[in-house]
Design a binder for this molecule. Structure first.
Ligand code: ARG
Length: 685
């Protein structure tokens, strides 16, 4: 049920009449802007909802805010919805929902257990809880996770995977038509690396036995060789840059000396700043050089590595050549690619199974290969292409660099594939909206992509880059292992589960009657808690900012964490056993939720805001708003739970049923909300 839009709708006539009484015709934008200023009240002291439009309307209407507020209060028709409307301060309008309305909405949610599938296979199902159908059903494509395969998944992949999964689920739950697609990087240079590496550095017997670790070893080895070769090549340049920087420092020093004698303050400041800049540059270059030299020295001690560095000095070119051969259909490379690819899928599928993430499609970049040449011809026909330096480019207003769709050597690019992907999706799925859940470093790519799509004629589809920030380590720098490598995603899941096991064991050990779980049960619970903590730790952050990765904080039992929410679910469930009833015995037609005190009222008020929250999530694609809501709900629940006048067990029969129904609705809302974040619950903790 949509509460907010029901309230807003009631204000339309009075807003319109305010304008007409002044001889004005209100535009739709003006009415919508005013309605948007009706919001849940920040402070319960000011009622349940607050309308703050009287202030901004004062000028266009030529009335004082208080006059506007008075007229609104006198004229607005709120029967059946609100029991109280009042004015505060210069013209704030406070609204209180009618208790009967509140109860009726809560009962409607409580009695609605129609199952809704959150994935196409119907493996995750939750209760509908009174959610009403959207005004217009959208056809949404969510492009998310999309790792480049053939290398292990790392911490950088977690954000796209969990944010995309959650947004797709929220869209589905609200009644939209959703297609999820994992746009795998399965056609890029990394395959040139693997193909080359497989031939020159592969260990056939290791590959026979355990293909995935062997492929990943090959990938890492080639990567390492390429890095070292790059350092060998670049070191002289850096040394040159260092000596230039040192000369610059000398010049700056001399300048400072002369300015100091002259004594001009402003000039002094500039001179000092120049020195600091030069010093900083020297420091950075020295660090880079010493790191590179150390790595090269270590490599020199390794016989195989030093031999390969000499023998494969042109590795970079060789890798590009293998990639081009693959794209050109070279039979040997294509066969090898086809042999390797299923293993790459196995590797990522294992991670997805563990995270309970699935996709309707996993069309990788390779899926679009045959479309690329015809696409470029089409762009040419549409007059969008300019040849510059042999490359086919699309120049765009507001961008310095063009989008290159075909390089001088004939190779197509990431952007070309993305254009072909839009074409394919429009032909096959006809979406109204496509969400690209990809990190912020690709924002320019997507701006250009969307601009070109527009010019190709795809104007009716809303293309959105749902971008996100970086995962940082405790030191505030991008999260790396102690050795400086990217952090593997599987290892991270393992660590989260280990951490969760500590929490689960602690809770279990502290139980009044002694521990109740076996070691095996503890491990099963820890898996749910650990994976949940990892996902929630990410989803609860504002997606556009960077965030610091902190295991302890993620599994804390007393904060905005999945663990706390899962715990509250288990507690709400636990009440049934203590009351010697089952949820099913309560979910009968004659059970009705009643309101008997303020704590119940606040909890119900929060419960019935579920749909409004989910719609808010989709306004700017922010799952963290759902996290905040669930956290608030949990806090309200414990407030209710701990109040002597809200006793559930031991309450008289009619009240007992009502309060158990409240606990049941709370538990189902938490369970559903967590499911929408891709997180599971456990019955007991
Ligand atoms: N594979 C790409 C990467 O790892 C992300 C792909 C995102 N989706 C897209 N349609 N471009 O950077």
């Amino acid at each position: 049920m949509q509460i907010l839009s029901q309230i807003r709708l009631r204000f339309v006539p009075v807003l319109e009449s305010l304008f007409t009484s002044k001889g004005l015709a209100a535009t739709k934008e003006q009415i919508d802007a005013a309605l948007a200023m009706i919001r849940p009240a920040q402070n319960p002291q000011f009622g349940d909802y607050q309308a703050n439009f009287a202030m901004p309307l004062a000028k266009p209407l030529g009335l004082k805010p208080i006059e506007i507020a008075q007229r609104v209060v006198a004229e607005v028709e709120l029967s059946g919805l609100c029991s109280d409307i009042s004015i505060a301060g210069p013209g704030f309008i406070n609204l209180k929902l009618a208790d009967e309305f509140l109860c009726q909405q809560a009962n409607q949610a409580f009695h609605d257990s129609i199952p809704i599938a959150l994935d196409r296979a119907g493996e995750v199902q939750v209760d509908r809880l009174g959610i009403s159908a959207p005004a217009s059903i959208e056809n949404v494509v969510v492009d998310f996770s999309s790792p480049n395969v053939a290398k292990p998944m790392h911490v950088g992949h977690i954000r796209s995977t969990v944010i995309g999964d959650s947004l797709a689920k929220v869209c589905r739950y609200l009644g939209h038509q959703v297609t999820t697609d994992n746009h795998l990087g399965d056609w890029g240079t990394q395959f040139g690396m693997i193909i080359y590496g497989f031939r020159h550095f592969g260990d056939p017997s290791a590959y026979q036995k355990t293909p995935v670790p062997e492929l990943s070893r090959i990938y890492r080895y080639v990567r390492r060789l390429m890095d070292l070769l790059e350092k060998l090549r670049d070191s002289p340049k850096w040394e040159q840059a260092l000596s230039t920087a040192k000369q610059r420092l000398d010049t700056c020093q001399a300048e400072l000396d002369s300015v100091e004698t002259a004594g001009d303050k402003a000039e002094l400041k500039v001179a000092r700043k120049n020195i600091a800049d030069a010093q900083q540059q020297i420091k950075e270059l020295e660090e880079m050089l010493s790191k590179a030299q150390l790595q090269l020295r270590l490599a020199a001690q390794d016989e195989t590595l030093s031999r390969d560095l000499v023998q494969h000095a042109d590795l970079h070119e060789a890798v590009l050549a293998e990639t081009s051969k693959l794209h050109a259909g070279d039979p040997e490379n294509v066969t090898l690619w086809k042999e390797i690819l299923p293993h790459c899928h196995d590797e990522i599928d294992r991670v997805y199974r563990r995270l309970h993430v699935s996709f309707d499609h996993c069309f990788g970049e390779s899926h679009y290969h045959d479309r690329l040449a015809p696409l470029v011809s089409l762009l040419q026909k549409q007059g969008l292409i300019t040849v510059s330096d042999g490359a086919r480019c699309i120049f765009l207003e507001n961008f310095d660099a063009p989008m290159i769709v075909q390089k001088r050597d004939g190779a197509f690019l990431y952007a070309t594939t993305d254009l072909a992907t839009i074409q394919y999706r429009m032909e096959h799925w006809q979406p109204n909206r496509v969400l690209y859940v990809v990190d912020h470093r690709q924002s320019e790519h997507f701006q250009k992509l969307f601009a070109v799509a527009q010019r190709m004629g795809y104007q009716d589809v809303h293309l959105v880059h749902v971008s996100f920030g970086t995962v940082m380590g405790n030191d505030g720098k991008p999260f790396k292992t102690r050795e400086g490598d990217t952090v593997g995603l599987e290892g991270l899941i393992d660590d989260a589960v280990t951490k969760a096991l500590e929490v689960v064991a602690k809770l279990d050990d502290a139980k009044v009657g002694g521990p109740e779980f076996s070691a095996e049960q503890r491990r099963e619970i820890a898996e749910v808690v650990g994976v949940g903590a990892l996902k929630y730790g990410d989803l609860s952050q504002n997606r556009t900012s960077d965030y610091r990765f902190d295991f302890d904080q993620m599994v804390a039992l007393d904060g905005n964490t999945a663990t706390y929410l899962q715990y509250s679910f288990a507690r709400a469930n636990g009440i049934f056993a203590r009351a010697e009833r089952t949820p099913d015995s309560i979910r009968t037609a004659d059970t009705s939720i009643q309101l008997t005190n303020e704590a119940e009222r606040t909890l119900l008020l929060t419960l019935i805001r579920f749909q409004d929250t989910l719609e808010e999530v989709l306004v700017d694609y922010r799952p963290n708003l759902l996290c905040n809501y669930l956290f608030e709900l949990t806090q309200e629940f414990f407030r209710f739970y701990n109040r002597p006048d809200c006793r559930v067990v031991g309450a008289e029969p009619a009240l007992l049923a009502s309060r158990l129904a409240i606990c049941d609705l709370m538990a189902r809302t938490i369970k559903t909300g967590l499911a929408l974040l891709g997180i599971q619950v456990v019955a007991k903790m």
